[in-house]
Design a protein. Structure first.
Length: 254
């Protein structure tokens, strides 16, 4: 007959020191894992933060470049409006040279010169909740302040467009088109004819109508000037913000 030996199921009781050591090892492993994950997240956040700032600086540089061109165009428009306002008198058609100059100022009446700001990065920062990535409150404040100022410029842009369209309404009442037809070339571009002395004239020389036109032009000129001033101010802020962010994040200055 076979004899079966039952295993000894009794275990030797561990000492308290062994339990403590096991607990410390588990605690240390969990803690180190937590610390490692935090370090990984911080490195990732810093990388994302710098990427956002670099993209934001590129947006700001694009804004300042567009602002310079817009300011130049608006300044030219203001000169044109000023000249047209001065020449629109009941006697304008008696002077072919004055009429010629009036026709040359047509661009100031029908050319809209507004600018659109680059907002791709700031939109992503706000919509994704990643403004939290910015390491300093001063950085967040300056960025938020700049984009808040854009809203003020956009509000002035509304007035600019309103008066621009008022000038556009009087465009056809000032200029005579029967003797000044444009042509479309083979590339689909409008070609303006050469202005010939004696063949064109200002349509309306009624004093009351001209006062109305000049009043509209005067208000437009002032609003255009205000819009230009706002863009100049914001462009200066953009330059300052670029310098500030470049220094804070040690970015390439090129």
């Amino acid at each position: 007959m076979e004899v079966h030996h039952h295993p000894d199921l009794s275990h030797k009781k561990k000492k308290f020191r062994e339990y403590l050591l096991e607990f410390l090892m588990i605690f240390l492993a969990v803690t180190m894992g937590f610390i490692a994950e935090n370090i990984r997240e911080r490195i990732s956040d810093r990388s994302k933060e710098k990427e956002y700032i670099e993209s934001l600086v590129q947006d700001l540089k694009a804004d300042t470049a567009v602002a310079r061109r817009t300011i130049e165009a608006i300044t030219s428009q203001m000169y044109g409006l000023d000249t047209l306002e001065m020449l629109l008198t009941p006697e304008v058609n008696k002077n072919d040279s004055a009429v010629y100059i009036c026709y040359r100022q047509r661009l100031s009446i029908y050319n809209e010169n507004t600018m659109n700001f680059s907002n791709r990065t700031i939109t992503q920062l706000f919509s994704s909740g990643n403004m939290r990535l910015l390491k300093k409150q001063s950085i967040s404040d300056q960025i938020t302040g700049y984009y808040s100022e854009i809203k003020e410029v956009e509000a002035q842009k509304v007035f600019y467009l309103e008066y621009f369209h008022k000038c556009l309404d009087i465009y056809q009442e000032i200029y005579e088109f029967d003797s000044y037809h444009t042509k479309v070339n083979t590339r689909g571009e409008i070609v303006f004819p050469n202005i010939e002395y004696g063949k064109i004239h200002v349509v309306t020389t009624d004093a009351a109508d001209l006062r109305k036109y000049k009043s509209t032009i005067e208000f437009t000129k002032r609003i255009v000037d205000s819009y230009r001033t706002d863009i100049q101010k914001l462009s200066g802020q953009a330059d300052s913000l670029i310098g500030f962010l470049t220094q804070e994040y040690a970015l390439d200055k090129n």
